[in-house]
Design a protein around this ligand. Structure first.
Ligand code: PMP
Length: 390
């Protein structure tokens, strides 16, 4: 049986991590990894999460099944963070807990296929490399359209809108809610408004991937675009993740929210989500969602989480500002958001940085901003500028 399987290429980012680990140079710099790092280079557990875990350990009195919707209180607490307080009671929006943002994207794709096999999803390029496998695996047809021009470091908005004019009513648009991965280039408020207008006019369905809320410009601000398009749309999906903004990556914690045309339709959607979840993971893992629920249900822990999230956000912004100040050609980095940006370097230049300076970044020249420390950021900028100058 297994002799028929084809060999798979190993994940290039994992290969990059292995290469970096094997490099004996003390001054090596790893800007390849996709997790938040503090000034000391670590990815620590947030104080509020650690506290919530202690409470959980002491107070949890059963490990009995929760059901396919996961932790309902957790979902209820995340809903206003994503959609705003006013939308919290909107009974057209239903949600289920999922194994991370990946689980939410996959579940959303399964729901789309179940609802309408002919629906297509429009996806800007470049995008997070896992989008295509997660969505196409379910059988949704993907239509690629331009999003970002790396030579001019700008969003190719007109080309994007031209492409979206080709979408039919009921087709979907995949949008990064904030902190676009891999480019860092987020839609401006007026661009979100233009998309919201198109969505309403043409009956399109936004599918927002919100994996980094709070790591761009703040928790509220990072949700503004999502709220605009969801409000404008009759129907919408949002794949939410707590893995970055609570720093609980391996706990696989997220939600899929779906907005239906009315409360009755939302009930039907909910039933379908539960049925689909049952066929994939039956129930999501509990621990991360339980810890997040404890944090959000406690005023002090919630305040401390917000403070630490704001610290992470501020560190990202500070490093962005320092890179941008190093050379006019890097000024765009300060106008972008989140952990990632792409440098104006060829693959050859990326490899040369690896050899000459022990600087490890993805072949696409995507860097994780917080792979840099206060100590390494200027050295990194000098090496990059040297390569850009040829
Ligand atoms: N969307 C994007 C754009 C991401 O970068 C990631 C994680 N790298 C995810 C979704 C999924 O996050 P999770 O780890 O919660 O599955």
């Amino acid at each position: 049986l297994f002799d028929r399987l084809e060999e798979q290429k190993s994940d290039s980012l994992l290969q990059l991590i292995a290469l970096c680990n094997a490099d004996p140079r003390a001054e090596k710099i790893d800007v390849g990894v996709g997790v938040y790092r503090d000034a000391a280079g670590g990815t620590p557990i947030l104080r509020a999460v650690k506290e919530a875990e202690k409470i959980l350990l002491e107070t949890q009195d059963t490990k009995s099944y929760l059901g396919s919707q996961g932790d309902a209180r957790f979902v209820e607490l995340i809903k206003p963070i994503v959609f705003g307080e006013a939308a919290a009671a909107d009974d057209r929006i239903v949600g289920v807990q999922t194994p991370g943002g990946c689980g939410a994207l996959r579940l959303g794709a399964e729901l789309i296929v179940k609802a309408n096999r002919a629906a297509r999803i429009f996806v800007g390029q470049p995008t997070w490399p896992n989008h295509a496998p997660l969505i196409e695996c379910a059988g949704v047809e993907m239509v690629a359209h331009p999003y970002y021009d790396r030579d001019t470091q700008t969003i190719t908005f007109d080309a994007m809108m031209d492409a979206l004019e080709g979408a039919n009513a009921g087709d979907l648009i995949l949008l990064h809610g904030s902190c676009h991965n891999p480019t860092g280039a987020d839609l401006a408020p007026d661009q979100w408004r233009t998309i919201a207008e198109l969505v309403a006019r043409r009956g399109l369905v936004p599918f927002v991937d919100l994996a980094y809320q709070g790591l761009g410009n703040g928790l509220e601000q990072d949700a503004e675009g999502t709220r605009l398009v969801v409000e404008a749309a009759e129907q919408a999906l949002v794949a939410q993740s707590c893995d970055k903004n609570f720093g609980i990556y391996r706990e696989r914690t997220g939600c899929l929210f779906v907005k239906a045309s009315d409360a009755r339709g939302a009930g039907v959607v909910m039933g379908n989500l539960l049925g689909l979840a049952r066929t994939m993971w039956s129930m999501p893992p509990d621990h991360g969602a339980a810890a997040v629920r404890i944090v959000l249900d406690d005023a002090d822990l919630r305040r401390d989480w917000r403070a630490e999230l704001d610290e992470m956000c501020a560190r990202i912004r500070a490093i962005r500002a320092r890179l941008a100040a190093a050379d006019p050609r890097l000024a765009y980095i300060d106008r972008q958001n989140g952990m990632f940006s792409m440098l104006p370097l060829s693959k050859e230049q990326v490899l040369a940085l690896r050899d000459d300076h022990g600087i490890y970044m993805a072949d696409s020249a995507r860097i994780n901003i917080v792979g840099l420390s206060d100590e390494s950021v200027d050295r990194f900028a000098r090496a990059v500028v040297e390569k850009m100058d040829g």
